[in-house]
Design a protein around this ligand. Structure first.
Ligand code: RP5
Length: 161
């Protein structure tokens, strides 16, 4: 039986997948079910509204939203769902993702988005944070997450080669 899809990964474009697949792979390693979908705030606004308004009823518990440039996807999603939204600024060519970061992090008070780092690190950490949120109510996942962290610690060499 496959794990229930508790995390929705959405991204503004196919081009974001090379960053956002790191979130998906991290969730897979932790045994967390997810769905991945392209939802553009600008090119598919109706799809965005349908997704964000229906996310809770669809059974998702956490949303990871990645976007680059004028990265409105995480904020607009957060405006239309009570679920926690974790935003990943995608590193684009024009401004190295700084525009994405500022777009996502600078939300007005009242509509929070948890903003992660630019690029791959942000995508991985969004998945880890989503897992940590889910682990509050899931002891088996909490154990898998603790094991993951212990393995990471064990993999750090004491001396450089
Ligand atoms: C944003 O514009 C997307 O999230 C993507 O990061 C960026 C560029 O999109 P493409 O032109 O590559 O489709 O909406």
């Amino acid at each position: 039986m496959s794990a229930p899809k508790l995390v929705a990964i959405v991204m503004g474009s196919q081009s974001d997948w090379k960053t956002m697949h790191h979130a998906a792979e991290t969730l897979e390693k932790l045994g967390v079910g997810y769905s991945a979908e392209i939802v553009s705030a600008h090119r598919t606004p109706d799809r965005l509204v349908k997704f964000a308004k229906g996310a809770e009823a669809a059974g998702f518990k956490v949303i990871i939203a990645g976007a680059g440039g004028a990265a409105h996807l995480p904020g607009m999603t957060a405006a239309m769902t009570p679920l926690p939204v974790l935003g990943v600024p995608v590193e684009t060519k024009a401004l190295s993702g700084q525009d994405s970061l500022y777009s996502i992090v600078q939300m007005p008070a009242g509509v929070p988005v948890g903003c992660l780092a630019i690029g791959e690190a942000g995508a991985i950490n969004a998945a880890l944070l989503a897992a940590a949120i889910l682990a509050l109510d899931d002891k088996a996942l909490a154990t898998r997450l603790a094991d993951w962290r212990a393995a990471q610690t064990a993999a750090v060499a004491r001396h450089p080669e």
